[in-house]
Design a protein around this ligand. Structure first.
Ligand code: ISE
Length: 335
């Protein structure tokens, strides 16, 4: 069988990383085209990886030479590009956020549902990380009894100066939103986001770090600290507390040294390093599933549910009060 011909829209940090992955590590797939508003960036990547540059992302999506699409463009561009993928019947791995708000995300879910075929997979890659996957398996086995709550820590070394307070919710905290929904198998019904005195190392008005509390339909709760200008390195931890024990991942199981009067290990600089294996597995499984005409990971509904929680989270960020999440009735939308 011939390789799946992949086109990538947006070749900034994540798109370029996926391009390398498709070319160097993914079986059964071939990178054929890339598109980016920065022509020079697209051109230099494409010439190195033997793909062609298509100026207009919608043209790339429509192209007969492209079987499937990876969307790594900024979130504000996703809605239009996702509709184009649906219109042309192109399977798509869409980086988070699905779209910028719950209403447009729901329209995407509904449009896909009308096609009668799932074409959209959302890039919540933590579900593919071996540590998260092992934790999910352990919790689902029931060995520790019922899971009661989660404590999460999510710290980036730094982010671009364009990263404002709402993006910390929509682009960073959204991962814990998905992790909580996925680990508990339940929807988040209420979110509260509070902020301590911000770090002095960001522009005035940027609320970093943030502390959030999620309340779930099944009675569980999850908290998360998101701190995207932590300076030190990339750190993502999750502790699940259950009736008969707890499980923690993300302690940094790399080489631990004791030398020169110091002890410790290295911290990854960013998510590409920490979650490299997760991204590799995610893309390989997406390619394999796409060839079978399926998806194998978070669906458009998962992207929509996360968008609905983040929208409520952004409201809570400005009021400091708990905000109920408004979510469409799944059985009515998906029939
Ligand atoms: C980035 O887009 C990611 O997805 C990373 O996983 C997250 O840690 C980071 O905060 C986001 O900006």
């Amino acid at each position: 069988m011939s390789d799946l011909r992949v086109g990538i829209v947006g070749v900034g940090v994540m798109g370029a990383d996926h391009a390398e992955r498709v070319v160097r590590k993914t079986a059964g797939a071939r990178l054929v085209a890339v598109s980016d508003p920065d022509w020079a960036r697209a051109e230099s990547l494409a010439s190195r990886l033997d793909a062609r540059v298509v100026a207009d992302p919608l043209e790339l999506i429509a192209s007969d030479e492209v079987d499937a699409v990876i969307l790594a463009s900024p979130g504000f561009a996703h809605a239009e590009q996702l509709f184009a993928c649906l219109e042309h019947g192109k399977p798509v791995l869409c980086e988070k956020p699905l779209t910028m708000d719950a209403a447009s995300a729901l329209q995407v879910v509904e449009r896909e549902h009308k096609l009668g075929r799932q074409l959209i997979q959302v890039g919540f890659m933590r579900r593919f990380d071996p540590e998260y996957a092992a934790m999910k398996q352990l919790l689902d086995s029931g060995e520790l009894g019922r899971t009661l709550l989660l404590h999460n820590v999510h710290r980036n070394q730094s982010v671009p100066t364009t990263f404002r307070s709402e993006m910390i919710v929509r682009d960073s905290m959204v991962h814990e939103v998905d992790v909580a929904r996925w680990l508990f198998g339940s929807e988040i019904t209420r979110i509260t986001v509070r902020t301590p005195q911000p770090t002095s190392l960001v522009a005035d008005g940027v609320l970093d770090p943030q502390l959030a509390l999620f309340e779930l339909a099944n009675g569980a709760m999850a908290d998360v600290e998101v701190f995207v200008n932590f300076q030190v390195g990339y750190e993502v931890r999750c502790e699940a507390v259950a009736e008969r024990g707890s499980a923690t991942i993300g302690l940094g199981s790399g080489v631990f040294t004791r030398a020169g009067g110091q002890w410790g290990g290295a911290m990854p600089a960013d998510f590409r390093v920490r979650f490299e294996q997760a991204y590799d597995v995610e893309v390989q499984r997406w390619v394999d599933a796409t060839v079978r005409g399926e998806i194998d990971g978070p669906s458009a509904w998962d992207g929509y549910a996360a968008a609905a929680v983040c929208e409520a989270g952004i409201e809570s960020l400005s009021s400091g009060r708990p905000v109920d999440v408004t979510l469409a009735d799944r059985s009515k939308v998906l029939g």
